[in-house]
Design a protein around this ligand. Structure first.
Ligand SMILES: [Zn+2]
Length: 415
């Protein structure tokens, strides 16, 4: 019998990290050759763990471990195997491998439950190659429209063409959608991708919600002019206005507990040392686990921007180009994570997810829950991303405990 533990998981993560579209660093873009090899590798591990493996129309790899009888509704354990460019090894991949490891433990002892277990490896979580996002998990939740498959990458290849090249049938996309009755819950284990657990010296954290997020594109227009001749009192300096706004955004983020507010992208025009900036374009990203708090903060921000612009005689234009509601994690499932942590003697800590995840797409379709694993210094989307084998081992133990105590009656009461 193979020893399925944290080291087993770490070895598979390292193995999967070899499958890259770029030499010498990990880049596995959605529907790329490396993604295709990744799907095959994950499928092999799933089969070895006693699962029946198939690939749906959007290239999700689905491993199914039957329950006591056929057609039992499933507990779905998922995450993604696409990566960012020059990625870390653990983002997404860890959650898929932990799911396979948990099932393999069950398989080796011949343990089955009244429910089936499905492990799913999604693609297109990282929103990198195509101007799309979460195609894999959205397809599962039936939220994907065929038109989205026409999205093209920089070389003009569409999702649809690439799926056909893989031998998949984009026209059977509807088959990838899973009715609610197919599953009891969706759970995902993921690295935190932030420093909270590491700072608190805790290996694992229970996610309360995936933060809702709003992004604005702001254009601030003043008057370009000669940096030498226009007196200070007669300027409409868009860049100085921008600076004041940036500090106001930061102050707002500091004043509301749990709120994060970021000016992340900026360009100033015309952009010369001897010219007063006539126009500045920038983005503001705000996130919170509570949609009402985020909306109140956005209203406040809107007022601040208008005040600053009018006082400085600048023209303000705000375009909301992204708006995603918060995805709260199911409270019964959060309690079930907590019970598992307590049984294993691990400190219970709750935190919101600042980053988006596949679980977002599935929230509302099934009860959803996430468990975070500490990553070193919170570093992620970076080749320096790392976790401890001991933490992988704890995460696996918690996942196995969670599965073996997964209570159908409890979920029934909730619905
Ligand atoms: Zn991820």
């Amino acid at each position: 019998m193979t020893m399925i533990n944290g080291d087993w998981v770490m070895a598979r993560v390292a193995e999967l990290a070899k499958l890259s579209d770029e030499e010498g660093r990990l880049t596995r873009l959605f529907l790329s050759p490396a993604h295709q090899r990744g799907c095959a590798q994950v499928g092999d591990w799933m089969r070895a763990a006693g699962m029946h493996v198939r690939q749906d129309a959007i290239a999700n790899v689905i491993g199914r471990y039957e329950g006591h009888g056929p057609h039992a509704p499933a507990l779905i354990i998922g995450s993604h195997i696409d990566t960012v460019r020059d990625a870390g090894w653990y983002d997404g991949n860890l959650g898929v491998i932990l799911g396979i490891a948990a099932v393999r433990r069950l398989h080796e002892t011949g343990t089955h439950f009244p429910f089936a277990i499905e492990v799913i490896a999604f693609g297109d979580e990282e929103n990198l190659r195509f101007p799309t996002s979460l195609l894999g998990s959205c397809a599962l939740a039936g939220k994907l429209t065929p038109g989205e498959l026409d999205a093209k990458d920089v070389s003009g290849i569409s999702v649809r063409e690439e799926l056909m090249r893989w031998g998949l049938d984009p026209n059977s996309l509807a088959d990838a959608a899973r009715p609610k009755t197919d599953a009891l819950a969706y759970i995902e284990v993921h690295i935190e991708q932030g420093p909270v657990l590491d700072r608190a010296d805790l290996p694992l954290g229970i996610v309360t919600a995936i933060n809702g997020a709003t992004r604005w594109r702001v254009t601030l227009t003043g008057m370009a002019g000669h940096a030498g001749t226009v007196p200070m009192t007669m300027r409409q300096d868009a860049l100085a206005g921008f600076a004041e706004i940036t500090l106001a955004v930061e102050a707002l983020g500091n004043s509301v507990p749990g709120l994060v507010a970021t000016v992340g992208q900026v360009s100033a025009r015309p952009g010369a040392a001897n010219v007063i900036a006539g126009q500045v374009l920038f983005t503001i990203d705000t996130r919170h686990s509570d949609d009402d708090i985020r909306r109140t903060a956005l209203d406040q921000l809107d007022g601040l921007l208008k005040d600053i612009a009018s006082r400085r005689q600048l023209i303000l234009a705000v375009e909301r180009y992204y708006d995603a509601p918060a995805a709260p994690c199911d409270r019964h499932l959060q309690k079930a994570w907590a019970d598992s942590l307590i049984r294993l003697g691990i400190t219970v800590h709750h935190l919101a997810s600042g980053a988006g995840h596949d679980a977002m797409a599935l929230a509302g379709h099934w009860p959803m829950a996430m468990l975070f694993v500490r990553c070193d210094k919170g570093i992620s989307h970076n080749p320096r991303e790392s976790i401890l084998a001991a933490d992988a081992d704890l995460a696996l133990s918690v996942l196995c405990d969670f599965i073996s105590h997964f209570d159908l009656a409890e979920l029934d009461r909730d619905s």
